[in-house]
Structure formats: C-alpha cells, structure tokens
Design a protein around this ligand. Structure first.
Ligand SMILES: Nc1ncnc2c1ncn2[C@@H]1O[C@H](COP(=O)(O)OP(=O)(O)OP(=O)(O)O)[C@@H](O)[C@H]1O
Ligand SMILES: [Mg+2]
Length: 307
C-alpha cells in the first residue's frame, strides 16, 4: 500500500479520554505545614491521554480521525478540545457537567516525580446514553472503529457498540481492560498486553500453553484475531490459521508509555487501508519499536513508518 492511501482512511476512536499534565518546579524547602517538600512550579506541559492519545497517533499517521468520549465541563475539557482542534481531529466529546475531566497530574521536582494526582469520576448515565446514540449516528462515516478501554467507565456500553458496528460490517479493534472480556465478544481484533491477558486466562509457563490459552480465548469471544503485545518481546498475532510472532524492533528504549496506543492506531490504519492482518501487525510492531525510542507519549508519522 502506498502512504497516500492512509490519509483516506477514516478512524473513529471511542473510549476513555484523559489529559496528562506535568508540572515541573524547584524544590528548595520543606513546608512548615507538614513534612512535605514545597514545589514552586516553573513549567507546565499537557498531553492527550488514553483514547485521546490513540486518536493523536492515528492523526499523526495521516488518517482522518474522530474522537468520541466524555470530558467534564471544565478547563481541562477545554484544553483537550483545543489540542484536538490543533491536530485536526474531529471532536465528538460529550461534556458532562457532573464530572471532572479525567486528569493525571504529575508534580516533578529535582528530576523526579514527587506526586501524581488523579481526577476521575465515571460519566453519568444520561451522558452515556447520548454517547451511544452519537456513536450509532457516526458509524456510517468511518471505516475502522477503535475502542480504547481504560476501565474509567465511558465504555460500559461496549457490547452494544460492537453489535451495531458489526451490523454495518465495520472492523472493530479493542484495547481491553479489566477482569471480564466477554463484553468485547464479536470484535475483530483485541490487543491486550501481557498483564491484561494474564488477568483473563491466568499465568502460562510455556509458549505452547500461552498459544493454547490465547486461541481458546479468541474462539470463545468470536474474534478474528487476538494480538498480544509483549513489551520487549514484541507481539504475537493469534488467528484461526496460525500464531505468528513478531520480535521487538526497538534499537533504543527511552519511554515505553503509550506504546500500546501507537500499536492499535497503526493497526487500525493499515487494516483500513486494506492490508492483511499479518502485514498490518508488522507495521504496528515497527511503529511500537519507533515510539519507545522517543521521550513522552509520542507518535509515529507515516514517513517514519515507510522509510
Ligand atoms: N521495552 C521495549 N523494547 C522494545 N519494544 C517495546 C518495548 N516496550 C514496548 N515495545 C513495543 O511496543 C509494543 C507495545 O508495548 P506493550 O506490550 O508494553 O503495550 P502496553 O503495555 O499496552 O503499553 P502502554 O499501556 O504503556 O501503552 C510492543 O509489542 C513492542 O512492539
Ligand atoms: Mg496498553
């Protein structure tokens, strides 16, 4: 496939939208109020996280990308909207006045993380119902659907979403979470990492045992494929025909956070462009290898991928 075909692919990302915040500062004294350091903030950074990072990765690869999710009616929600607009990602964010946008705030002083503050509340039922209606309305406009589940509550309707996407013959890729994968039944591809898979099928001692467990799960959920991402061991694709292993391709590893987001976004685009599953995984594995060589939750461009 030629890279230009990628820009014609329309990817709808649905899931838990988050904002990653980093506050950097100087620590010079201990608080008189409690035995804790005082950090005087000098610099702030913010990045799209969770499903929004998957969307950012899809857009960086040149796909026409939409993001459906829930944020609060707050300043962090506005920040997310602004970043999406800058990246030309179509934003379909429901603003839920009853909750805070999911924020992961890191306070960093003296080159180390001193504290992480999480703001998260599950979306309310009314907003979730609106989201499902909107999902059904958007479906016909997209080629591939990516469901990015971080177990924060915006994908409680995942089974209904899969069912309606399937009715329209769309490819559905899911990055799963939690201790029950049955709501993902009928999806095209599931992309758990090792710990996510272990929670479902239990530990394995040998590669043969892993293959048996992965294939049993794939069949039980009626998936076209299960893609296990294995960090520094690369990834393995389980299909009806085979278990195909792709060794990790990273030359240098700086930051592995968000690699899973890059992998699923790359898979979606390659499949949307008409590639076979093994070819799409081969590109996704390359993208994973490139992104871990960058600092921060980074992205990969199509130029880097097709070099
Ligand atoms: N340490 C590493 N060395 C080489 N490649 C890596 C490493 N970590 C990740 N990768 C690449 O990135 C892919 C996805 O990583 P991983 O299996 O850690 O996903 P993940 O746990 O979902 O990541 P995250 O949740 O942080 O986004 C791997 O399959 C591999 O291609
Ligand atoms: Mg992951």
């Amino acid at each position: 496939m030629i890279p230009t075909a990628l820009s014609a692919t329309r990817i709808l990302v649905v899931g838990d939208v988050m904002l990653d915040r980093y506050w950097f500062g100087e620590v010079s004294r201990i608080s008189p109020e409690a035995p804790v350091p005082i950090v005087r903030i000098e610099r702030r950074e913010e990045r799209l996280g969770g499903a929004a990072n998957v969307a950012r990765n899809a857009a960086a690869l040149g796909a026409q990308t939409g993001l459906l999710g829930v944020v609060g009616q707050d300043e962090a929600g506005n920040a997310v909207e602004h970043m999406l607009a800058d990246l030309k990602i179509d934003s379909y964010l429901n603003r839920d006045a009853a909750i805070s946008t999911i924020i992961k705030l890191r306070v960093i002083g003296r080159q180390q993380q001193l504290l992480r503050v999480d703001f998260e509340e599950p979306p309310t039922d009314t907003v979730l119902r609106d989201k499902l209606t909107r999902f059904n309305a958007l479906l016909p406009e997209y080629d591939v659907i990516v469901l990015s589940d971080y177990a924060k509550g915006s994908l409680v309707n995942v089974a209904e979403m899969i069912a309606s996407a399937k009715r329209l013959g769309k490819r559905i890729l899911v990055d799963p979470k939690g201790d029950d994968f049955s709501p993902y039944a009928g999806a095209s591809v599931l992309t758990p990492n090792k710990s996510e898979l272990k929670r479902i099928v239990g530990a394995w001692k040998t590669e043969a045992e892993l293959t048996a467990k992965a294939q049993r799960l794939r069949i039980a959920l009626g998936l076209e494929a299960l893609l296990l991402t294995r960090s520094d061991e690369g990834m393995t694709l389980y299909t009806e025909q085979e278990a195909l292993h792709f060794p990790a391709m990273a030359r240098e590893v700086y930051d592995v956070s968000g690699a899973g987001d890059t992998v699923i976004a790359t898979m979606a685009i390659m499949l949307g462009g008409g590639m076979s599953l093994p070819d799409a995984v081969s590109f996704a594995n390359r993208a994973g290898g490139i992104v871990v060589g960058k600092l921060g939750t980074a992205t990969v461009t199509k130029e880097e991928l097709f070099l």
